[in-house]
Design a protein. Structure first.
Length: 288
């Protein structure tokens, strides 16, 4: 922000007052409300939407920034909690979504049965690589299988009928013959603590449909990289500028950043978008 003030002074010969910036941001936040509502409605009706969340420091406390997005739209909102309470909140797209929801394996997502789940295989690939490095043969086999299936699905139509069933059976066979994971670790009283390998194997078995959806449903991706890309700007912002000083400041950022991100996805000039916003012109969106 200091660089912006210096640039303004160099160009126009006067300093930019911080209150002017804050007032402009607040005005932009209010003016962008109809745009945000339109984005939310488009995402609710979409066939495939990516969901994710990341930690956010606000007033020195950990809160969470959530995203719902696809190749056309980005929605962001802030919530003090991580989990079901946020996903069912008024700002969330998820509670009214009925398509394919691409997400990581956070347990809170599975509290919803109204939509179809798709799990990010990039998360599984990283976990499988960790098991491979400790000598797990089944992890190597299932990683090879998933990557091979991804390569096939990228250059072919979605698997159907007998072909799909054969791939599913291959997936089940690899998991069924997995070497017995190390025994649960018992530490004091209470339930035994599961090992990472045992947890990974359990997730792959329990969520078979969500893991393999990319190969059998048109338009369903292999990973949730779309959502992660939409959250990356705030991580850069925090690294450079630190945390948000107020709750309202975080909300203003989320709404305006989502609008700018949506414009960029639709190959629109976001400076023109901001100019139209502040002269009270309606900002129309493309239908994705």
């Amino acid at each position: 922000m200091e660089q912006s003030y210096c640039l303004f002074a160099d160009l126009y010969g006067c300093e930019l007052n911080s209150e002017t910036v804050e007032t402009a941001l607040e005005e932009g936040y209010e003016l962008a409300c109809p745009l945000e509502e339109s984005i939310v409605e488009q995402l609710k009706q979409a066939e495939v939407v990516h969901f994710d969340e990341t930690g956010l420091r606000i007033e020195g406390k950990l809160q969470w920034l959530y995203t719902a997005s696809n190749a056309w739209y980005t929605h962001l909102f802030v919530h003090e909690k991580r989990g079901e309470a946020a996903l069912r909140s008024e700002a969330s797209v998820l509670k009214a979504f009925r398509g394919y929801a691409v997400h990581d394996c956070l347990a809170s997502y599975f509290k919803f049965s109204e939509f179809r789940h798709v799990l990010c295989n990039a998360h599984f690939e990283r976990a499988l690589q960790g098991s491979i490095e400790t000598g797990s043969q089944w992890a190597r086999e299932i990683q090879t299988f998933l990557l091979g299936l991804y390569k096939y699905a990228s250059h072919s139509t979605p698997l159907q009928g007998q072909a799909a069933e054969e791939k599913r059976q291959k997936y089940r066979d690899i998991l069924a013959k997995a070497e017995k994971p190390p025994p649960d670790l018992k530490t004091g009283k209470g339930r035994p603590k599961s090992t990472p390998g045992r947890n990974l194997l359990r997730r792959l078995k329990e969520h078979e449909n969500a893991v393999l959806a990319f190969a059998s449903v048109e338009g369903v991706p292999f990973t949730s990289n779309q959502a992660e890309r939409n959250l990356r700007p705030v991580k850069v912002k925090q690294k450079v500028r630190g945390c948000f000083r107020t709750q309202q400041g975080a909300k203003v950022y989320a709404r305006l950043q989502a609008g700018i991100s949506t414009c960029c996805k639709q190959e629109r000039n976001f400076y023109a978008f901001l100019r139209a916003l502040f002269v009270h012109k309606a900002v129309s969106l493309l239908t994705g």
